[in-house]
Design a binder for this molecule. Structure first.
Ligand code: 5GP
Length: 348
């Protein structure tokens, strides 16, 4: 008989953070940097744990340069060659502590990854990314990468439930990427009916990971700086975003001119656009699980970064967290029926 979970599971839009009495004088007093030591690699990380997705539109070297200046992280997409990596590493050695090299689970992925890591010893983060992190093949691939690279920090995903978080951490991953279906250009929930409301997924997966001294990334579904604050409040150690970083000068993808206005093409990595670009088309046995959209050109990513970090500092001030690390301890979520007043439309 099919099972039904009757507990209500929540998304970012279903809650607000409750303000709390605080002794903080100003947003200026809030420290967004975190020091983390990873469970399996034993490596230490220091940075602002906001990440650009490993999508070929936002996980670019240009994005990494802009984000790293502020201490943010970029998971670089997997379509750069080892030679391109080499040039990036020589010209931007200071960025290497804030980037990861991405990999799928094929043999050619493994070879490419090995070549990049052999070329750049200072690169210590690996991001193993598949749409569905529940297969045994994926778990075995994580084990293989751990065996081959015992001293690298491994990010693995995506999953949304505690038992799979534990399995991946015990298989050698340090940071688990959490999110199935919340993304801005994702159509998995429509095509398959599969998913998990993101706020609840983060709360449950963080609990499972932290019990083993592992860490998690909340991946996808952040539409505004407030959502990033909610993800951290829910227990995410890192928050990854694609759509919020899309449309900037630093992004890959075509720039389109229409009626005197500039747009940037942004698409899911499982969209027709991405599959045509990287796999020569959509195979007969699968369907596209991503959208292609045109995002109004937003200029340099710098102002978006400042807006995100300003919002996050302000959220910490409202709940009395002097450091980002304290946000989950200070967070109480209130369920709500309406969180934003849209009488004048969405903010520009
Ligand atoms: P966003 O921040 O735009 O809401 O979500 C970004 C995340 O969406 C990515 O980090 C990745 O996990 C996910 N994603 C990217 N492309 C696709 C896609 O084509 N299909 C699905 N299902 N998810 C995608």
């Amino acid at each position: 008989m099919p099972n039904i979970i009757n507990d209500i599971k929540l998304d970012f839009k279903d809650v607000l953070l409750r303000p709390k009495r605080s002794t903080l004088k100003s947003r200026f007093d809030v420290d967004l940097f975190r020091d983390i030591t990873f469970r399996n690699s034993k490596l230490a990380y220091q940075g602002i744990p906001v990440m650009a997705s490993n999508m070929d539109t936002v996980g670019t070297f240009e994005m990494a340069k802009a984000l790293s200046k502020h201490g943010l992280f970029t998971t670089i997409h997997k379509y750069y060659t080892a030679d391109e990596w080499k040039v990036f590493a020589i010209r931007n050695p200071e960025c290497l502590k804030n980037v990861a090299a991405s990999s799928g689970t094929g043999n050619e992925d493994f070879e490419r990854l090995s070549m990049i890591l052999a070329t750049i010893p200072e690169l210590t983060f690996i991001c193993i990314d598949v749409a569905n992190g529940y297969s045994q093949h994926f778990v075995e691939y994580v084990r293989r990468v751990r065996l081959e690279f015992p001293f690298h920090t491994i990010i693995a995903g995506n999953v949304v439930t505690g038992e799979m978080v534990e399995e991946l951490i015990l298989s050698g991953a340090d940071i688990i990427k959490v999110g199935i279906g919340p993304g801005s250009v994702c159509t998995t929930r429509m095509k398959t009916g599969v998913g998990y409301p993101q706020l609840s997924a983060v709360i449950e997966c963080a609990d499972a990971a932290h019990g083993l001294k592992g860490h998690i990334i909340s991946d996808g579904g952040c539409t505004c700086p407030g959502d990033i604050a909610k993800a951290f409040g829910a227990g995410a150690d890192f928050v990854m975003a694609g759509g919020m970083f899309a449309g900037h000068d630093e992004c890959g993808g075509e720039t389109i001119q229409k009626n005197g206005k500039k747009y940037k093409l942004f698409y899911g990595m499982a969209s027709n656009t991405a599959m045509k670009k990287h796999a020569g088309g959509v195979a007969d046995y699968r369907s596209s699980e991503g959208k292609t959209v045109e995002v109004a050109h937003k200029g340099a990513v710098e102002s978006t970064i400042l807006d995100m970090l300003g919002g996050l500092r302000s959220a910490c001030t409202y709940v009395g967290a002097s450091r980002l690390r304290e946000l989950p301890k200070r967070a109480t979520f209130i369920r709500c029926n309406q969180q934003i007043n849209n009488i004048y439309g969405p903010p520009m």
